[in-house]
Ligand binder design. Structure first.
Ligand code: SAM
Length: 452
């Protein structure tokens, strides 16, 4: 019956939990994972990516679609321009949860285990106006991928950090919502990722449970009174799921929160309230989510001496200014030779954050100061509020777009010495500069398409 080779103890446990549903469950583990994309609402593409492959919307996330088959995403310039994010469908249930818990006021939200950025990109696009998202990843190499995906997504309300959860513990009451999408035993990924099966062991389940408890203990103080902890895993192991919620309720002052929904394919646990996605019941991978609300703690206070000094704020260069939206809501910053902007409403908090954790990206980097001039940053090209009408633009066809994304030479006539924004079907991909008899390709070397 099992084409993929599953650990016997896993088969035994799932058969016990699912009873007469278990056959359908194991059958689903042998089927192909559905392909899904979630659109970037700020980048507004038309026609939709892979329009000929679109099957139907994801019920719990209207910005997302199932595709009839899995395309080669890498060869689609829209992906590199941040027009959509490739994310498995169950994870998008976060949007349903968020709609209920995010009050309509500016919030500070921490996505603690954020790489590669699926849930962070969803959060950045769906938080109430004026909110700030701190997107953290502890593993350095994964934090770089997270930064890349956040830059492609093109929002100015995100700070990317690379720190251990314990570094946030001193920031008492700082966050209205903390998402812990925990490192876990990954049983929900068995059909997508054989490595998850290879790494599975009873001992590893215990290690995951211990690590999850440590992570939650580390960040609990950073959650504001009445703030929400959204906890999720991509495993079926109760010890990492409902038992973890029970452990939170037993060890901290918190209440279990219902995520109201009307999707019959989701299995609800009555108490503590939790939501299971099983592949035989809804099209997507295995996922568990639960929300608790903190019922004690002190409101957040920031020390006065952390205020941003007005003298430290650089002036924005006159040639860059027209490319930006109304700058009165932004605070410019200079980090080495990198010039950027961050939302003024959060500038003090971001400075405070920098004193506590490793910030690797904030707001939107807009340029690099080189010999008295400002070279536009790649992140500026991908910024969804870039005032494109004030740029020199060149729309290119698919082969040229791919050449550009491979960082190869491309050619067209351009005004002498100008910076040109490369566009593919209305989506910005990056910059080239006219340099006499050639165009210099400024696509970031480390992001270039290598295979194919
Ligand atoms: N939220 C991500 C998304 O939607 O794209 C997926 C996160 S993945 C399930 C869990 C993440 O936790 C991984 O990126 C992993 O590197 C990170 N991680 C591993 N050990 C950790 C620890 N001790 N503390 C915090 N995060 C950890």
């Amino acid at each position: 019956m099992f084409m993929i080779s599953l650990p016997p103890a896993f088969i035994e446990r799932m058969s016990r939990i699912l009873g007469n549903e278990s056959e359908a469950f194991f059958e689903a583990l042998n089927s192909t994972s559905p392909a899904t994309i979630r659109l970037n609402p700020a980048k507004n593409v038309y026609p939709l990516p892979f329009s000929e492959l679109i099957d139907r919307q994801v019920a719990w996330c209207p910005e997302a679609y199932y595709l009839k088959e899995r395309p080669v995403y890498t060869l689609d310039p829209y992906l590199h321009g941040g027009a959509y994010y490739v994310q498995e469908a169950s994870s998008m249930f976060l949007q349903t949860a968020l709609r209920q818990i995010a009050e309509d006021k500016p919030l500070r939200v921490l996505d603690l285990c954020a790489a590669p950025g699926g849930k962070s990109t969803l959060l950045a696009a769906n938080l109430p106006a004026g909110s700030l998202l701190i997107s953290n990843e502890v593993i350095k190499s994964r934090a770089s991928i997270l930064k890349e995906n956040i830059i492609k997504w093109g929002y100015d309300n995100v700070v990317v950090t690379n720190s251990d959860p314990s570094r946030f513990s001193g920031m008492k009451g700082a966050f209205d919502i903390i998402l812990v999408d925990a490192p876990c035993s990954g049983e929900g990924m068995f059909r997508k990722d054989e490595k998850a099966i290879e790494e599975w062991s009873e001992n590893n389940l215990r290690l995951c449970e211990e690590r999850q408890k440590r992570i939650i203990s580390d960040i609990w103080d950073a959650l504001a009174p009445e703030g929400y902890l959204v906890y999720s895993t991509c495993t079926y192991n109760p010890g990492e799921n409902e038992d973890m919620l029970t452990w939170i309720l037993d060890n901290f002052t918190a209440e279990s929160i219902e995520i109201r929904h009307e999707y019959p394919g989701i299995t609800n646990t009555p108490f503590p309230r939790g939501y299971h996605f099983y592949p035989h019941k809804s099209a997507g991978e295995g996922l568990f989510m639960g929300v608790v609300r903190k019922k004690d703690g002190q409101p957040f206070t920031m020390k006065k001496e952390k205020r941003v000094s007005q003298n430290a704020i650089p002036k924005l260069p006159a040639d860059i200014l027209p490319l930006l939206p109304d700058t009165t809501n932004y605070t410019p910053y200079l980090a080495g030779t990198t010039l950027g902007i961050m939302p003024s409403r959060h500038a003090e908090f971001i400075q405070y954050l920098e004193s506590k954790v490793g910030v690797i990206y904030k707001g939107c980097e807009i340029g690099e100061s080189v010999k008295g001039t400002t070279r536009p940053a790649h992140s500026l090209a991908l910024f969804h509020k870039l005032q494109k009408q004030h740029t020199t633009r060149q729309e290119v066809d698919l082969p040229t777009a791919l050449q550009y994304l491979r960082k190869e030479d491309i050619r067209f006539e351009a005004p002498r010495g100008s910076w040109i924004l490369i566009m593919y079907k209305g989506i910005a991909l990056g910059w080239v500069k006219e340099a006499g008899n050639r165009l210099n390709n400024y696509y970031p070397k480390e992001w270039r398409i290598r295979k194919f």
